[in-house]
Design a protein around this ligand. Structure first.
Ligand code: PLP
Length: 380
């Protein structure tokens, strides 16, 4: 029988070898999909795995092992990124004070607004994370500081270590939605955060074919509380989704490498295009987020934003694209684009901003598609 892989492997290798099944000869390399809710129980005793909502499935556990290893803490998988976010917020007492970035995934603020409407489940304070003084002042009065870095869709980058220091002094927890960075580009627990959230629906899964979320914890007791939340609230990942997320994660490093290279090239070309206003990509040296991103991240990610004069021009460009899909989600092998200001709660986003998630297509095909579409004028 082969032994367990050594502990000191590089990230590309860990993606390939961790979260595997038994090393016994004759066993499959991949942890099989176990489509089971119910397991045989020992009469008169408690069996380790009796019911999957309570006790998990081998597939979730394999994914949790891999992502937990990459982030440096125990992980809990949920049915979606939003279920993971909701589980973190449910760790807080009623009336807890939550600091939230103005630029962050719309679902987070929708959840907090519903909680406030239902009678102060949480008291949230929305903060412009680019204003360091406003942020640090808000942290002093918080129970939980929520960060999303880089943020969706403005690609703002927050200094996690600085916020974590201020939060520790104030006795506040720090949770980081690190979906845009993936576990490969930054590790918030190493920078002092308490919890890391991923929507694995995006780059970890990487193929736009599943919904799944994960929380990775600094403290084992938070893992226990989150898995209890999953059990009682029932936000469990599907067996097929966990299998697909793990299979997608196997290629995360190669996809990211390719997609980031293309994203950087497209950002440079868009910045030089006469029809395009501001380009937002932390990898551009003159981007206001560049220095912070270069300090904190191991790459600049696969998402960029660029501004056109108005909503009508941006909508016309989306309609003229033939390779890049006009679609709301991101992080897949296929490039997607969306005008985020069309969504409720995105009033701070410039009307003509397009968010582009760069996939694995050839850079020249993407550029031909974009540059042709940029010549299109909106109907007058
Ligand atoms: C940054 C970020 N966090 C969380 C989510 C929510 O994830 P899910 O759609 O898997 O619930 C999204 C979805 O777009 C996202 O972009």
């Amino acid at each position: 029988m082969q032994g367990e892989p050594p502990a000191d492997l590089r990230v590309e290798t860990r993606l390939a070898v961790l979260g595997r099944g038994s090393h016994e000869p004759g066993q499959p390399l991949n942890v099989p999909i176990v489509p089971a809710s119910n397991f045989r129980a020992a009469p008169g005793g408690v069996t380790e795995r009796e019911y999957s909502r309570d006790d998990g499935t081998p597939g979730w556990e394999a994914l949790e092992r891999l992502i937990g290893d990459l982030e440096g803490g125990p992980a809990v998988a949920f049915s979606s990124g939003m279920a993971a976010i909701a589980a973190v917020l449910e760790l807080l007492p009623v009336g807890a004070r939550v600091v939230v970035p103005r630029d962050s995934y719309t679902g987070l603020r929708g959840l907090l607004a519903d909680g406030a409407a239902a009678g102060s489940r949480w008291r949230s304070r929305i903060v412009d994370m680019t204003d360091g003084r406003e942020l640090i002042a808000a942290v002093a009065d918080a129970d939980l500081v929520w960060l999303e870095t880089p943020s969706n869709p403005l690609l703002q980058v927050v200094d996690i270590a600085e916020v974590a220091r201020a939060a520790a002094a104030a006795g506040a927890l720090v949770a980081v939605d690190s979906t845009f960075a993936t576990p490969l580009l930054q590790n918030p627990l190493d920078l002092g955060a308490d919890l890391v959230v991923h929507s694995a629906t995006k780059s970890i899964g990487g193929h736009s074919d599943l919904l799944l979320g994960l929380v990775v914890c600094r403290r084992p007791e938070d893992r226990a509380r989150l898995s209890r939340r999953r059990e009682v609230a029932g936000a469990t990942p599907g067996a097929l989704e966990a299998f697909l997320a793990l299979r997608g994660a196997r290629t995360l490093a190669v996809r990211l490498r390719q997609e980031q290279e293309t994203a950087g090239e497209l950002a440079r070309r868009l910045a030089a295009h006469p029809a395009v206003g501001r380009v937002r990509y932390p990898g551009l040296p003159d981007d206001p987020e560049h220095a912070r991103a270069a300090r904190q991240m191991r790459g600049f990610g696969t998402v960029l934003g660029f501004e056109l004069p108005d909503a009508a021009t941006a909508d016309a460009v989306c309609g003229a694209l033939r390779v890049i899909s006009h679609a709301t989600s991101l992080g897949g092998v296929e490039s997607t684009i969306e005008r985020r200001a069309k969504l409720p709660g995105q009033e701070h986003v410039p009307a003509g901003l397009l968010r582009l998630s760069v996939g694995c297509e050839h850079v020249e095909d993407l550029w031909a598609d974009l540059s042709t579409a940029l010549d299109v004028r909106p109907p007058s």
